[in-house]
Ligand binder design. Sequence first.
Ligand code: ZN
Length: 203
Amino acid sequence: MKIICVGRNYRDHVAELNNPVPDNPVLFLKPDSSILKNNEPFFIPDFTNSIHHEVELVLRVCKVGKNIQKQFAHRYYDQIGIGIDFTARDLQQQLKQKGLPWEICKAFDGSAPIGSFFAVSSFHDVHDISFSLLKNGETVQQGNSSQMIFTFDDLIVYISRFFTLKMGDLIFTGTPAGVGPVAINDRLQAFIGSELALDMKVK
Ligand code: ZN
């Protein structure tokens, strides 16, 4: 399986990092070794002094597809969950300045914790899903899928032009504003609506 991530998909987050609003989704990949499941702890790696949390809604792909048309896009994901796109922000700044690829700042081991998933049918409207991240009990990020620049279906269409989607692939759909650093002993709790879907420690 693969993880496809979308950068710069919420205007308020694009603005907080002084990035331009993209014409197309910004895509990058993470390998399966980046996944943390079952509320496993995240160990801060030794190659960075600045790990940021980015809480994101995550789609689980349920069938194989390539060059998917928009009217069929909703058939290609059947569950929505929440994840954190951990980012070594100091490394990312250096890579961006040099125009280099992002893998070492985005795709390292443990950089993709995922929580519980929920059937698409359990949401009243996938274009109105609120989610949030608490750090040590305080809300640090809040978003709603209605604020996405590119909708879930837009993302499925665009991603499948380049990458064949396969059952079990995950799509991280971008983070709202409020990204910030994590430190040893932090507790991170991510909610979809009022459901606690991820509860993990930083070590
Ligand atoms: Zn992200």
